[in-house]
Design a protein around this ligand. Structure first.
Ligand SMILES: Cc1ncc(COP(=O)(O)O)c(C=O)c1O
Length: 388
């Protein structure tokens, strides 16, 4: 069968493929230590589950408005205002099937053929693929481990062209765990103010998972001029352990949100109605569950960072956000895919090859798993590296 040409534009998601292999081995009874999944290992908090169950019992089982339940759009606007100092109104919010879908809708609504989208690298796997599907051109900007994988204002200034339509920022970052400081966000803003044609999408899905003295500043909060050009993409998956619920959102310019809603109206329509009531409870209910999970991630970060950096020939930055350790394996002389395949086959440890994020000399370990798995997995990783 002749497939559409666009299929060849995109690569299959390597992160999902390794995770599937690790799960298949586990299902066969193999003792796998998995650091592959980008999802919290906690249950969705009880009050959120209850709210969705109640919504089901109340018959919230029908089609709703394509842009989302009005009460959820309002709760998201309030959250963005209160937590992030972003004065979005509910009609500037689109509820989507996860953060992934919010970004996809944005690319589809914003990009014309040939528009350039600047993506600091390493990047979350789906950004370049979405850009290509929307006929845009991903412009990858390599960042350095010694700069903590941050794009510098100089690099950004040198990359922007009259064709640049969009900059993708992701802080806290998947895969590196880096968090831009407020000063760095302001420096990026200063560059963007010189280029009025450039919009920015800030993927803030890990904003609640930060450690130590890291501070999350949304770029749209720096000033009104940039606010008007900022889109925020986020979701409930990470902070509230709701990966399978598939609820995210996009906030930004009213016309673009209207356009993205039109596209969503012809593709998925509204997000599962009763699930949206769970999301309302997540935002309006008690927030201590978010802090409890954050603390658990913080403890695991300290443990895994110490264990991995004690292994000879491996280096990594200390992450101050999200739940990933981005490990440099360049001293080992293996490609990231070879490393991951051999580690899984020989030691039954699953990690993600950095090539999926644009860096073939790295691998990503997710520490959204229990401390026992972290300790056992790191022991095996040590044995593997020492045996090379
Ligand atoms: C940086 C980043 N953005 C967006 C997403 C999408 O999240 P979801 O579609 O599950 O809400 C993820 C998920 O792994 C992510 O890591």
């Amino acid at each position: 069968m002749q497939l559409a040409a666009r299929v060849d534009l995109v690569s299959p998601s390597l992160t999902l493929a390794i995770d599937a292999k690790a799960k298949a081995l586990k299902a066969e009874g193999v003792d796998v230590c998995s650091f592959s999944a980008g999802e919290p290992d906690f249950d969705t908090p009880a009050h959120i589950r209850e709210a969705a169950k109640t919504a089901l019992d109340q018959g919230k089982t029908r089609y709703g408005p394509a842009a989302g339940e009005p009460a959820l759009r309002a709760a998201i606007a309030t959250k963005l205002h209160q937590d992030n100092q972003l004065p979005f109104t509910p009609d500037q919010v689109l509820v989507t099937n996860g953060g992934k879908h919010s970004l996809y809708n944005l690319m589809m609504a914003l990009l014309s053929a040939g528009d350039e989208v600047v993506i600091p690298s390493p990047y979350w796997v789906s950004y370049p693929e979405m850009v290509k599907l929307a006929q845009g051109v991903p412009v990858l900007v390599p960042t350095e481990e010694r700069h903590g994988y941050r794009i510098t204002p100089e690099q950004l200034a040198a990359t922007l062209t009259p064709k640049t339509k969009l900059l993708v920022l992701n802080s806290p970052s998947n895969p590196t765990g880096m968090v831009y400081t407020p000063a760095e966000i302001r420096a990026i803003t200063a560059v963007l103010l010189q280029h009025p044609q450039v919009q920015v999408v800030s993927d803030e899905i890990y904003e609640k998972i930060i450690y130590g003295d890291a501070e999350h500043l949304s770029i749209g909060a720096v000033g009104p001029e940039l606010f008007a050009r900022t889109f925020v993409s986020s979701g409930f998956a990470k902070a509230y352990a709701m990966t399978g619920w598939r609820i995210g959102y996009l906030a930004g310019d009213r016309d673009v949100i209207r356009a993205a809603t039109k596209i969503q109206g012809h593709s998925t329509s509204n997000v599962c109605t009763f699930a949206q009531f769970g999301a309302i409870a997540a935002l309006t209910g008690p927030q201590d569950c978010v802090e409890t999970m954050r603390r658990a991630f913080a403890e695991r970060r300290d443990v895994i960072y110490d264990l991995v950096t004690s292994i000879p020939r491996l280096t990594c930055i200390k992450p101050n956000g999200a739940f990933y350790l981005f490990v440099n394996i360049s001293a080992l002389g293996l490609s990231s895919l070879e490393f991951c395949q051999r580690l899984l086959e020989e030691k039954q440890v699953a990690v993600i090859p950095g090539v999926a994020f644009g860096r073939d000399d790295t691998v990503r370990l997710s520490y959204a798993t229990d401390l026992d798995t972290i300790r056992r997995g790191c022991d095996r990783l040590r044995e593997f590296v020492l045996g090379l």
